[in-house]
Write a protein that binds this ligand. Sequence first.
Ligand SMILES: Nc1nc2c(c(=O)[nH]1)N(C=O)[C@@H](CNc1ccc(C(=O)N[C@@H](CCC(=O)O)C(=O)O)cc1)CN2
Ligand SMILES: Nc1ncnc2c1ncn2[C@@H]1O[C@H](COP(=O)(O)OP(=O)(O)OP(=O)(O)O)[C@@H](O)[C@H]1O
Length: 188
Amino acid sequence: MTKAALRQKYKEMRLQLSPGEIERLSETIVEQTLTHFQLSEKTISLFLPIERQREVNTYLLLERALGIGASVAIPKTNYESMEMRHYLFESTDQLEVNQKGIPEPKKGKVIAADRFDIVFVPLLAVDVKGNRVGYGKGFYDRFLRKCAPNCVFIGLHYFDTEPKIEDVLPTDIRLNALVTPTKVIRFD
Ligand SMILES: Nc1nc2c(c(=O)[nH]1)N(C=O)[C@@H](CNc1ccc(C(=O)N[C@@H](CCC(=O)O)C(=O)O)cc1)CN2
Ligand SMILES: Nc1ncnc2c1ncn2[C@@H]1O[C@H](COP(=O)(O)OP(=O)(O)OP(=O)(O)O)[C@@H](O)[C@H]1O
């Protein structure tokens, strides 16, 4: 399928999940993540969920990661440059929900892209090779290319992989791994 068709399909599938299901599936995704990846002492990029879009509740992962000594930075989007800048998470007082519904830091200590060990990546759909579909603005494609070569890109997703994304672009950056409620997949 094309990215446009997949966006529509998965937006609808997410909106069919009840708030109770979102919580339960998000908890399972977080448990799977903690079982399969070592987060302690790591520097991590973590998006916070657009609640009206029923994204994975990553607040649960934020709490757990901080509890085991990870440094967590949250991205903030700039719709003029179409780039993201990361700020070290220190307190929920730093956060404000932007006009797209994304909780983002207002200020804080800036963390450069090449400092991350792990980046958790939001997505609408992903194929069997780790190609992803996001909201189509390329924020993550621009950010991930600046990360260190050994940085691990992990998608968090409620659903299974798609057989194929038809219109993959040369600028698209693949995931290294995917965590769903039932599977942890490593690509490559
Ligand atoms: N939680 C979260 N943070 C993220 C992303 C994400 O997918 N999830 N992004 C991933 O790249 C970037 C933001 N990308 C976005 C780009 C466009 C729209 C947007 O146009 N939203 C529409 C509603 C959604 C729709 O139906 O298209 C809008 O607000 O009108 C939202 C996010 C960076 N931060
Ligand atoms: N490094 C880059 N420099 C300039 N433009 C880029 C770069 N990476 C991606 N783009 C552009 O951004 C857009 C990304 O579209 P695409 O459908 O791949 O987004 P997406 O991966 O779904 O979105 P997102 O990364 O925001 O979740 C394309 O128009 C692409 O050409």
